[in-house]
Ligand binder design. Structure first.
Ligand code: URA
Length: 432
């Protein structure tokens, strides 16, 4: 071996900086299974406590990206721009945004993930459309991009395989929430897409991965720095996750809500985030028109047409657009009403996400199966006034025992006080 793994663990443990070659060695040897999990676990813990600077984080991203295949989209003659969200509750923005910006002439090669813990995943939402395939191989993915400018699939085995192994190890060694490790992990998959630009939706608040604003901003900054080093334009929209996003939470329900948004009936918060991210994507792609162009593409139905093309191209049933009964949506509903009058001061968005898991609509560990039919309709959010007996939230769930259990927990989600409360801005800042 070129380096002694024990010496490298000691180096980081003692707070020293790695050279590019050392990072390449560690990632390469781990991916080839020549460094065992126990040594990599110790190294990850050392990084967790000692951190990595921008140069090391960039090198880690590069080593993970180069552990697998990278797309070659050089023959696509429009700007190639993607979006990534750090994950939230009710976050269905990709389903609306990707066809919307594709209809404006942007190529969107979106490789997404599944839901885990309290956060939902784009792949699970798309997977609730009958027939929709999210397991495209690289050849089919590129062919589709050339044809319709948009493809949405899961991380293939060939894209950043070292990240896949490392992420699984971080998951069981309490080393997920390290900013350099998260930044390198996210960017290794995104930059493998051969992008011209990337827009990040970095969430903060009680339903976000990074609860504190300062930490979320640090993560955004680390990812922007990686983009700079590797010649990819990156912008980050900092969005508040102290409320669930939109009206529905749950896989099929969010597909339905996304179709409504593409038909011009999106809720104000969903459209605000969609337009902010969309405008940033157009700007990175040097496409003129901004929000006015995005609104026009929704009004003319062109964005919805691209969504239909996407569904058809990936073997899904496009009739869901006109007939929601083709989506698996739970028939049984339970209303949770307010015990008193007043104003909503807090929504425990993290708990709401965990209650979706409890209801069967999310997963606690990778590989768990989910029920796409269940979820919630949100009637009240922070700043809203409520009367005694008025509906706070509806539960959609055909499993009566689970739905009743979730119903009993719902009062813990909402904090109601008699004094008025204020809505907070949804977008705190846009970083470039
Ligand atoms: N998502 C990723 O892809 N990687 C992380 O480390 C965290 C979230």
């Amino acid at each position: 071996m070129k380096y002694n793994p024990v010496a490298l663990i000691r180096k980081k443990r003692d707070g020293k900086k790695f050279q590019a070659d050392e990072i390449q060695f560690l990632v390469g040897e781990y991916a080839s299974k020549r460094i065992p999990d126990y040594q990599m676990s110790a190294l990850l813990m050392a990084v967790y406590f000692r951190g990595m600077d921008d140069a090391e984080t960039g090198q880690l991203m590069h080593a993970m990206m180069r552990s697998g295949e990278t797309l070659d989209l050089s023959r696509i003659d429009c700007p190639v721009i993607d979006k990534h969200s750090t994950g939230g509750v009710g976050d269905k923005i990709s389903l609306i945004l990707a066809p919307l910006v594709a209809s404006c002439g942007v190529c969107v090669p979106m490789i997404s993930g599944r839901g885990l813990g309290h956060t939902g995943g784009t792949l699970d939402k798309l997977g609730s459309i009958p027939g929709f395939r999210t397991d495209l191989d690289v050849r089919r993915f590129i062919k589709q991009l050339k044809k319709i400018n948009i493809a949405m699939c899961g991380q293939t085995r060939t894209i950043a395989p070292a990240d896949k192994r490392l992420y699984a190890l971080r998951d069981v060694t309490a080393t997920v929430d390290s900013i350099p490790l998260i930044a390198a992990s996210i960017m290794s998959k995104k930059l493998a897409e051969d992008l011209d630009g990337l827009v990040l939706d970095v969430k903060f608040g009680n339903g976000a991965f990074m609860k504190e604003y300062s930490k979320a901003k640090e993560l955004a900054r680390a990812m922007i720095q990686i983009g700079k080093r590797f010649g990819v334009r990156v912008a980050a929209v900092m969005t508040d996750m102290n409320n669930p996003l939109g009206t529905y939470v749950g896989n099929s329900l969010e597909v339905m809500e996304s179709i409504e948004a593409l038909q011009g009936r999106g809720s104000a918060d969903v459209m605000e985030v969609t337009y902010a991210l969309g405008t940033a994507m157009l700007r990175l792609g040097t496409i003129k028109g901004g929000q006015r162009l995005l609104r026009k593409k929704i009004a003319t139905g062109e964005a919805l047409q691209v969504f239909a093309q996407l569904v058809r191209a990936q073997n899904g049933d496009p009739r869901v657009i006109d007939d929601y009964s083709l989506l698996p949506i739970a028939r049984k509903r339970y209303s949770v009403v307010s015990p008193s009058r007043g104003y909503i001061h807090n929504v425990d968005t993290y708990l709401l996400g965990m209650l979706l898991v409890e209801l069967g609509g999310g997963r606690m560990k990778k590989g768990d199966s989910i029920d796409p039919s269940c979820g919630f309709k949100i009637h009240k959010k922070i700043g809203d006034r409520i009367k005694k007996g008025e509906c706070l939230i509806e539960i959609f769930g055909d499993n009566k025992t689970w739905a009743q259990r979730v119903k009993r927990c719902m009062p813990d989600v909402f904090l109601i006080k008699t004094s008025p409360s204020r809505k907070k801005p949804l977008i705190r800042e846009i970083l470039t």
